[in-house]
Write a protein of this length. Structure first.
Length: 238
């Protein structure tokens, strides 16, 4: 597995844009990357070749790039830090909304995992950033926020070795296993009341199963209509 301890900020920015535009395996074009990063297409192509050599992406010339599992781990982690920082800056520090994104960009690369966890707890396990984008799940090896909260010694926490997507992030027909459930005790109880738990098998048909702010999914062979708040916080290993 790739080691992300010494990843440059430049690489993190590329992976973050790839995640923002292709979190569920979609191919992201060189043009999209060039526009979002403000970098010439030729320079983007050279970086994509480097990222492929490092094992972070799959790259097809003239078509674009997709994140590998290793690239996804890094991309989710930096995206999570960015979006949690945005929420902290806006909701707690009352930074002007127009300045939040830029300041989060500056801070995300130096925010430690321990500080990220503390922010998440203080903000009560948020699911959305100020722009209503999903905050990815943490990469700590817990099955719920309740389990995370009960572990007081950060040095004893292990990292999860696989990627997760929330139900509301799924953009194609998907089969997977529920592997993490986020939220406060009340939300966890509501999800449990539907007999959704870690280890449950999920089937999602993308084209037909989104109805307004609800997602029609099959979990352990039972059809359920999952409201958006739950869908944002039930994470699937795919």
């Amino acid at each position: 597995m790739a080691d992300d301890r010494n990843i440059s900020e430049n690489i993190e920015e590329y992976l973050e844009v790839l995640y923002r535009n292709g979190s569920n395996g979609e191919q992201v074009s060189t043009t999209t990357l060039s526009k979002e990063l403000g970098i010439a297409p030729g320079s983007v192509t050279q970086m994509l070749k480097k990222l492929e050599s490092l094992g972070y992406i799959g790259y097809t010339p003239y078509k674009g790039a997709t994140l590998t599992d290793d690239g996804m781990l890094i991309a989710q982690k930096i995206t999570r830090k960015h979006r949690i920082l945005e929420k902290f800056l806006l909701d707690v520090l009352k930074v002007k909304e127009e300045n939040v994104h830029e300041q989060a960009c500056e801070m995300e690369h130096t925010l430690s995992d321990e500080a990220e966890r503390a922010l998440c707890t203080m903000l009560q396990h948020p699911d959305l950033c100020p722009d209503n984008n999903i905050i990815p799940a943490c990469n700590f090896d817990f099955e719920s926020c309740q389990e995370c909260f009960s572990q007081k010694d950060f040095d004893q926490i292990m990292n999860r070795k696989f990627n997760l997507l929330s139900i509301s992030e799924l953009t194609s027909n998907t089969e997977g296993t529920v592997s993490f459930i986020r939220g406060n005790n009340d939300l966890l109880d509501e999800i449990s009341d539907l007999d959704i738990k870690v280890g449950s098998k999920l089937n999602y048909e993308y084209n037909d199963n989104r109805v307004g702010n609800h997602y029609l999914v099959t979990i352990d062979d039972e059809e359920l209509n999952i409201p958006l708040e739950m869908a944002n916080n039930i994470f699937i290993r795919v």
